[in-house]
Design a binder for this molecule. Structure first.
Ligand SMILES: NC(=O)c1ccc[n+]([C@@H]2O[C@H](COP(=O)([O-])OP(=O)(O)OC[C@H]3O[C@@H](n4cnc5c(N)ncnc54)[C@H](OP(=O)(O)O)[C@@H]3O)[C@@H](O)[C@H]2O)c1
Length: 307
């Protein structure tokens, strides 16, 4: 058996692995009592997670940049869905989305922070901050702030990071360069945003200690989706090569987030990083408690600029 076939066939202690799909990790579950929020349901992994969790009976609250587009996607998954507009790079939209979700009066059993952008070739900013950091991390941080009181007592928060967090700058977060103006690289900025996802989950997990709530992060795998839309031809080639070698299907790519959101075996697991539906080891500074605490404080300061 080739090394690649061995990796793709590997299964972890819980019986799931590289090739597991979102349908498999939710097989036999009745989620009709659950309400699950997923960001970025208009494409890729978020759309597949929404489809499968709705099919298992959950009430899925899905967000997208526009209500119309999000409604159009979710309508295909039945009537037990709510579409909410949430443009993650616009704090006013994020605050509005949080208020709208809270007003539904449904405690959130799971929150899947899935939406994201990747590899902007040139520096782009919103409100003075590098766009990948602001969208992938700050957008979700502010959404979480607005939803803290809406979480169920045993809510699971699932943050979709990436193995690309390994490309983050040394130390993880360049706190003195969140605007990108002191140096910018497409992959290091994406890596920084993704290590921020990891550190955010870590600090949230610490804050959940002593409760039944949990927070974990994950790498979904390498999957051909619309995520590559911003890449230039050279970057597209590199990503394409990685995809050909290690590619998962979208159905497989959505498995780890669905596993963490609802599988009974994941109940009570807190503060971990997952890959292929099993606990994995991230880059060391991705678990640094001091960096995680500092990122939380800096994020609170940034968020306070947008009341
Ligand atoms: N695919 C991979 O190989 C891979 C690998 C590692 C990690 N990931 C992570 O997995 C997650 C899902 O990615 P994917 O592959 O499914 O990508 P995708 O197909 O591009 O889907 C991304 C989703 O995020 C939404 N989104 C993007 N920018 C947004 C913004 N400013 N405000 C609100 N929503 C926004 C998109 O909305 P629109 O449809 O409106 O653009 C879309 O629904 C991301 O966090 C990504 O970093 C993916």
């Amino acid at each position: 058996m080739s090394l690649l076939a061995a990796i793709k066939g590997r299964r972890g202690a819980n019986g799931f692995g590289f090739a597991s799909t979102a349908e498999e990790v939710t097989d036999g579950l009745d989620l009709s009592a659950k309400t699950i929020l997923i960001t970025g349901v208009t494409s890729g992994l978020g759309r597949e997670a929404a489809r499968v969790l709705a099919a298992r009976g959950a009430h899925v609250i899905g967000t997208g940049r526009t209500a119309e587009n999000t409604r159009g996607v979710l309508a295909r998954f039945g009537a037990n869905v709510t579409a909410v507009a949430c443009e993650l790079s616009e704090p006013a939209s994020v605050r509005q989305a949080a208020a709208e979700i809270a007003s539904l009066g449904r405690p959130l059993d799971a929150v899947v922070f899935n939406a994201g952008i990747m590899g902007l070739p040139k520096l782009q900013r919103k409100h003075g901050y590098e766009l990948q950091f602001f969208t992938n991390h700050m957008g979700h941080f502010m959404l979480m702030q607005g939803l803290m009181a809406t979480l169920a007592a045993d809510a699971r928060v699932v943050v979709v990071s990436s193995t690309a967090h390994r490309g983050a700058p040394k130390g993880g977060i360049q706190f003195d360069n969140l605007s990108g103006e002191r140096g910018y690289g497409a992959w290091s900025a994406y890596g920084q945003a993704k290590i921020a996802n990891l550190l955010f989950a870590k600090e949230l997990a610490r804050r959940f200690e002593g409760t039944r709530r949990t927070a974990n992060s994950l790498h979904p795998g390498v999957i051909i989706t619309n995520l590559g839309r911003h890449l230039n031809p050279v970057m597209k080639f590199g990503f394409g090569v990685a995809s050909v070698v290690m590619c998962k299907t979208v159905e497989q790519g959505a498995a780890t987030e669905c596993y963490l959101a609802v599988n009974p075996d994941a109940a009570g697991i807190n503060g971990q990083y997952f890959d292929d539906c099993n606990i994995a080891t991230p880059r060391a500074d991705g678990t640094d408690a001091e960096t995680a605490r500092r990122l939380w404080e800096v994020s609170e300061e940034i968020a306070a600029r947008f009341p």
